[in-house]
Design a protein around this ligand. Structure first.
Ligand code: SAH
Length: 220
């Protein structure tokens, strides 16, 4: 019996436990918890790691990349306060799981991934779940996606040596951005907010993400 033969009920039970863990970590926004209930994480992961799909842990997805830890993704969503009219930019589609969560909370999601094969897989999973409001792009997300700017929220899911100026420039008035900034091993998760003519920022927590590679990221 392969991992796919696990019954739907078993997936559901595992998902409920994950949601409980996320709640224990201080995420109490019901729309966010509902999004975690609606999106089957295993469908975004390689079959070889399906049995680990509902662990609150980063999971390898190939190409040296990982799907981020769910409770950290929940913290992103809650900190950004995504609303139903928001247009959101995501840098680092990866598995597409966070993209699908966002699609339930926002009006439209634009997501950039530099590894073509990961973007292709994410698209397949999103289509399988009939998620309609997501546009994916293969390319360097450190320059943003000017075509659909400005964005009410920007999520960067990889660690930057500095804040890419193009991303700040693509924030709408009142827009928020979360980005891990620091060294290759450890970073500070920073929250930026565009207010008036300038930006405010604060540290949310410490974290460890895979590197953001590209023009305003680390050298490839
Ligand atoms: N939220 C995703 C996180 C994936 S890890 C998930 O949970 O699955 C971060 C991703 O960022 C990796 O897939 C990596 O390939 C991608 N990435 C790194 N640098 C990038 C860049 N400059 N532009 C777009 N994607 C980038």
């Amino acid at each position: 019996m392969g991992p796919d033969a696990l019954s739907d009920r078993r997936w559901e039970r595992a998902r409920r436990e994950l949601i409980e863990t996320i709640r224990e970590r201080g995420i109490d926004d019901l729309e966010i918890l509902r999004a975690f209930d609606l999106v089957p994480r295993h469908l975004f992961l390689p079959e070889a790691v399906h049995h680990r799909a509902y662990e609150d842990a980063p999971i390898p997805i190939g190409f040296g990349q990982t799907a981020s830890q769910p409770s950290l993704q929940a913290l992103y969503l809650q900190t950004l306060g995504i609303g139903p009219n928001d247009r959101v930019l995501e840098v680092g589609t990866g598995s597409g799981y966070q993209t699908a969560l966002l699609a339930h909370l926002a009006a439209h999601v634009y997501s950039i991934e530099r590894v073509r094969e990961l973007s292709v897989r994410a698209r397949a999973a999103l289509d399988r779940l009939r998620v309609p409001n997501v546009a994916l792009l293969v390319g360097d997300g450190t320059v943003g996606w000017s075509r659909y700017a400005p964005y009410d929220a920007i999520l960067v899911a990889a660690a930057a040596p500095q804040v890419p100026p193009a991303l700040l420039a693509q924030l709408a008035p009142g827009g928020r951005m979360l980005i891990p900034v620091g060294g290759r091993e450890e970073q500070r998760l920073l929250l930026y907010r565009r207010s008036g003519e300038g930006f405010e920022h604060e540290e949310v927590t410490r974290c460890a993400f895979v590197p953001l590679l590209g023009r305003f990221g680390w050298a490839e």
